[in-house]
Design a protein. Structure first.
Length: 273
């Protein structure tokens, strides 16, 4: 049976009325409404998730120059206090845009290093280098995360249309990440309906693998506040997730456009409730 990961922070905050404008994006909620961040973590825990990602996706120097470290530590603190016995993952994201690998900076190592060290010092159980469309930057983030001594996972994205990276490219990147010390490999924020080939590409690398997909286009009815009712949307998402597990995935969660109802449905679908 798979380990169930939690769901998104950013789009779930939006669904609950919290603005997430650039450059802070989801990190703004740590300043404006930390209680809402904590409530969302509690809801994912109540839904049955076992791995919870702290809201540190945008807590970095270039996004929050005045107080990035305070916000990163607060993100971990809120998550830890809200999820009981669940594992806390510190999120490390691309320095620029998750869907614009062409914007990946030429020298990303110092910023990934400083965030990795802060998240490790804050007490994360693992570091999750996630939503990377640029393999080279992902590998640098992995190296800096592994250097802290904290268990490190990596997750690549092919983007909302599934075209930024091919399954073969993600497999090669995942293999390189494992060689550098990553202990799990995933794909995330690809539409659930397009995720299976990427999951299949991660098999056989000698570490656990899995996926947390987005809800796809609103017309697919798997999420987003304006689409199908939560139970129906979650059931559709679970139909795709069943295929990932049949392909060998042991780590399953959800990404943009989903919510705790999706997490609860995954728990039920795999008989974990």
């Amino acid at each position: 049976m798979p380990i169930i990961l939690d769901g998104p922070m950013g789009t779930a905050l939006l669904e609950r009325g919290q603005p997430t404008p650039p450059p802070e994006w989801s990190a703004l909620a740590l300043r404006d409404n930390p209680a809402l961040v904590a409530a969302l973590h509690r809801d994912y825990a109540a839904a049955g998730a076992r791995v919870h990602t702290a809201n540190s996706f945008r807590t970095r120097r270039r996004s929050c120059p005045e107080d990035w470290e305070r916000l990163a530590r607060l993100a971990v603190q809120l998550c830890r206090a809200s999820v009981g016995s669940g594992r806390v993952a510190g999120s490390m994201a691309p320095l620029e845009d998750c869907y614009r690998p062409d914007l990946s900076p030429a020298a990303p190592r110092p910023e990934h290093r400083e965030l990795a060290r802060v998240l490790a010092d804050a007490g994360c159980d693992l570091l999750l280098c996630e939503t990377f469309p640029h393999v080279g930057e992902a590998l640098i983030a992995v190296e800096e995360a592994v250097a802290t001594g904290v268990e490190t996972w990596v997750s690549f994205t092919a983007g909302p249309s599934g075209e930024l990276l091919s399954p073969a490219q993600i497999r090669r990147g995942a293999a390189e990440a494992v060689a550098r010390g990553a202990r799990a490999v995933l794909v995330n924020c690809v539409p659930a309906s397009a995720t299976l080939p990427f999951v299949e590409a991660l098999a056989g690398l000698g570490v656990p693998f899995g996926a947390y997909a987005n809800a796809g286009h609103p017309d697919e009815g798997m999420g987003w506040a304006s689409s199908a009712p939560h139970p129906e949307a979650a059931a559709r998402y679970c139909g795709w997730a069943q295929g990932w597990v049949e392909a060998g995935a042991s780590l399953v969660g959800s990404c943009c456009g989903t919510n705790p109802a999706t997490t609860a449905a995954l728990v039920r679908a795999f008989g974990l409730s």
